[in-house]
Design a binder for this molecule. Sequence first.
Ligand code: G6P
Length: 608
Amino acid sequence: MCGIVGYIGNRQATEVLIEGLSKLEYRGYDSAGCAVNSGDSLSVRKFKGRLSVLADDLKANPLSSNIGIGHTRWATHGAPSDVNSHPHLNMDSTIAVVHNGIIENYMQLKEWLISEGKVFKSETDTEVVAHLVDYYYEGDLLDAVYKAMAKLRGAYALGVISKDNPDELVAVRNESPLVIGIGEGENFIASDIPALLKYTRNVYFLENGEVVHLTKDSVKIFNQDREEVKREIYNVKWDIEAASKGGFDHFMIKEINEQPNGIKETLNRRLDENGDIKLDDIKLTKAELDNINKVYIVACGTAYYAGLVGKHAIEKFAKIPVETDIASEFRYRDAFVDENTLLIVVSQSGETADTLAALKEAKSKGARILAITNVVGSSVSREADDVFYTWAGPEIAVASTKAYTTQLVSLYMIALDFAIKKGTITKEQYKTMISKLGETSDKVQEIIDNSDDIEKIAEEIKDSKDAFYLGRGLDYCLAMEGALKLKEISYIHAEAFPAGELKHGPIALIEEGTPVISIATQDVLFEKMVSNMKEVKARGAYVIALAKEGNKEVEKAADRVIYIPEVDDVLSSILTVVPLQILSYHVATKRGCDVDKPRNLAKSVTVE
Ligand code: G6P
């Protein structure tokens, strides 16, 4: 987590740093800081709190310089405070470092550096890097960074400047993301592309272990052996509008509204002239597919919940056993994986540390790796054998919405593609499902256009202490995603239960007025869900049902009903999630929460 930026050129560095950091706050926002070279010294400003604290300070007391580094933090080592904020410095304040990631061996390094006479100010792991670079520094910043790197273990993207090298910026990428922005007479580093878009669309992606030396007129990339490597420039296609709020109050509601388009893009880009699915990006042959006897879907957070739906789809259509697992569990549980295993990792950012580690673990055991990700060039996409890009466009709000729906579409497409190749569905079934998948985009639009009642329901439940979500089968997967959305942005305690488990404990939690969001979109399970709603209602629950249009029966068991358009049961998840997202959004805004930047969270969890 954390976001870093760096600039060298002719502009006022602090302006570029603040602009860049404002696009990276989704990565962490408990403190922010910057360091610039002011000629005779490095000037540093860093404060606990949002980026605005730093920006206001710089407005009141500007710093003039054409080179600098900046950081927005999500605390790992040491609480959010001015002193723990980045940049960190050596004792003479001649070397400044910003860091994203975790230095795993920082305790040993710290002890050693203290024995060498270094005095530490902060509790962070990052400060060791500043002292380490200083330890090796003999006038050549690149050389000192290389020597320091040899001692570091862990994940890190670094930006380093030195008072005595006013025309140089050195950056490193190792397991944490970093892109280089290429301008004319100016160059940039950043944790993510949106930070650069105001200035350039030309970027270099770095490989792990690479070090970059930037001046205002040159960018040199070196590998671990200090050999210069040539890299192709990647031209970012999406424009700055895609990474701004575009008239909406929050990124989250903007991204909810972008779902119809994301669904269309993800699907249509992979349909050939006959309307068949054409997965150019997946190179698995029919023979290879026939050898796959086990699929794992591994992910974290919302992506994990998408994976649960993916299990239903792949098992139903392609008839291959699927296990969906949380990446942080999978990586340590010695799961049975061999050459006949397909590991599907799902990750919006493509940078989630646990997902990446799970991928590597399975790869080392011979599994074939298929990545579903939203970020071109991300770590996950580079490690995988096959990559399926979701075309959601940049997702900025911490709570994931459009990434989830496009992940669902991707998983359905993969399931159908596998199924037709393996002959587990007929051509007719295949065609029908593709056409129904194509209709979901308009249906999602319909839900968004008619969501006023959802806002009214949000008003009714906004002061609740707890909320429960019930569902069966696919609807249980959606209940989990719905509960996650509510808790992460509104801070209401929200939990999901498989409705059949109610009587085995959860029903004891129901009190007068407790909202119970009951999802009943599956035809075969509908009656059972209605019974469960009646059971909780009889015990005082305030039942909010989610059902398909026409299923009026549900009104007898619920206090409020949200209808979704008619849809095939197996695809209902793409629709069902939308009212759940909208409900959470309104509850959170009515409670005055910062929906785009919920407390304690970050969008991209690049630490374990
Ligand atoms: C964080 C985010 C979630 C996201 C999860 C996995 O927890 O707040 O929105 O679902 O990470 O992220 P990924 O980028 O791997 O999908």
